[in-house]
Design a protein around this ligand. Structure first.
Ligand code: DCP
Ligand code: MG
Length: 442
């Protein structure tokens, strides 16, 4: 049916129906073919190719799929050890329930909600099915987490017989039919705005941000929209009177870098819709680590801990620089007789903080310091993802929150005055204990 139609052309008055994919050639509110009001129109609709796809209320949608009785009920997935909401369906969100909210608060907001504990195994399986469908569209799929990925659909028009916008719309329909959950997609010319767009009209959204509108669109948005600007950094900007991206657009690059270090450079580019990052396939399998071989073999925690701290800081600095985070901490030790020991622990959330990496490494190290002499120690993180969801405030351990804030302050000082401007108690005066080589596996 599609092949028989005239080719889609960019025209602000044209578009297509997201339910039957029929091309629309006027500005009527409903599809000329099926009457659906879900129409996609945009002046750059057929020339954009960077997409971001994110499943809607992922864990909750999977549970609703598996139990139709839950369909019209407010549903919260969560509970367990940390006592927080993992996600809530869109009905529960109307009542104010949000991810990471303490469960008692969520139930205050929505006492009638059904609560189901997470079944990670199932979500991982469904996440893989969705990903396999993405990989059928293009080899350039870059997963960011269990339910979202970037796709670069450039050059796939011939394969699919339709431009990326229509490929995305078809994909959303296929996921609904074949997997039974819904997704939202964003389409743009760069990763930053594709991700922003996918979040724009959830659930079942398809949003497009074109090049011509990017700067004007961004001007009206809060700074927190910028990738890497979390609550803490937004507070720093707020102190300087900056709340909207439009204000950043008025500042020169040098000024932003003078004020905010490397982050200033990111603010300069992203505020203007400039993002050169390419979509990398298969980011998942990688890790970021640092290791060091000692001049003389070491056995005691007193000797090993400061080195572990310095290495954790190195790993953290690299993660922060790359804007990524890791969920699994890996400790590596090589014994005097060259036997390799690797130990790992998965965290509840991805981290990029030296302190979290270090504290987890310490726990792993504790069990290994039994008098054995080591010639090498290394620490790293794997299970990498975008840092957008890294290090949510820990509700149980308020100390770790304070340490995270202190770490933010130390980062700012290091950005300004160099890497050795600040040392923690663990590393102070102990840098000469070990020597490189270290490495970054990426
Ligand atoms: N998740 C979690 N804890 C958080 C955030 C998310 O356990 N603080 C889990 C549950 C989510 C899944 O990760 O279902 C995907 O996260 P998203 O941020 O994409 O959230 P949802 O898919 O649930 O909702 P949305 O429709 O906003 O994407
Ligand atoms: Mg999601």
């Amino acid at each position: 049916m599609f092949a028989a139609m005239p080719a889609p052309v960019n025209d602000p008055n044209h578009g297509f129906c997201r339910d039957c994919l029929t091309l629309q050639r006027d500005l009527s509110k409903r599809c000329v073919q099926c009457g659906s009001p879900r129409l996609a129109r945009h002046p750059e609709l057929y020339s954009l190719h960077i997409a971001h796809i994110d499943c809607d209320a992922f864990y909750a949608s999977v549970e609703k799929r598996d139990n139709p009785d839950l369909k019209d009920k407010p549903l919260i997935i969560g509970g367990g050890k940390r006592g927080v909401v993992s996600t809530a369906c869109y009905i529960a969100r109307i009542h104010g329930v949000r991810s990471a909210m303490p469960m008692f608060k969520a139930l205050e907001a929505c006492p009638q909600a059904v609560v189901i504990p997470p079944n990670m195994e199932k979500y991982v399986r469904v996440g893989r099915e969705v990903r396999a469908m993405m990989q059928a569209l293009t080899p350039l799929v870059e997963p960011l987490s269990i339910d979202e990925a970037f796709l670069d659909l450039a050059g796939t028009e011939r394969l699919h017989g339709r431009p990326p916008a229509l490929v995305l719309a078809q994909f959303a329909l296929d996921v609904e039919r074949q997997i039974g959950i819904t997704v939202s997609a964003g389409l743009s010319y760069c990763k930053f705005l594709a991700k922003v767009a996918s979040d724009f009209r959830k659930p079942r959204g398809l949003s497009v941000i074109g090049e011509a509108e990017a700067v004007g669109f961004l001007a009206e948005q809060p700074v927190t929209l910028i990738w890497g600007v979390g609550k803490a950094f937004a507070a720093v900007l707020e102190r300087d009177g900056i709340r909207m991206i439009g204000q950043l657009q008025k500042l020169e690059r040098n000024e932003l870098m003078r004020r905010y270090g490397t982050m200033g450079d990111r603010l300069f580019h992203l505020s203007r819709g400039m993002d050169q990052r390419v979509v990398h396939a298969d980011q998942e399998a990688k890790s970021v680590s640092a290791e060091t071989t000692f001049d003389t073999d070491l056995a005691s925690a007193a000797d090993l801990v400061p080195i572990l701290r310095a290495l954790s800081e190195k790993v953290s600095a690299r993660l922060k620089k790359a804007g990524i985070a890791g969920r699994t901490v890996v400790l590596k030790l090589k014994t005097q007789d060259f036997k390799l020991r690797t130990r790992n622990r998965q965290l509840s959330d991805p981290t990029r903080l030296a302190d979290r990496i270090f504290q987890t490494g310490m726990q792993l190290l504790e069990k290994e310091t039994d008098g054995t002499k080591f010639r090498l120690i290394g620490i790293g993180v794997s299970d990498l993802s975008d840092d957008a969801r890294a290090d949510p405030p820990d509700l149980v351990d308020t100390q770790s929150r304070k340490r995270a804030m202190a770490e933010g302050a130390m980062d700012a000082l290091r950005d300004k005055f160099g890497r050795h401007a600040v040392e923690t108690g663990y590393t102070f005066g102990k840098r000469r204990n070990a020597h490189p080589p270290e490495h970054l596996d990426d």
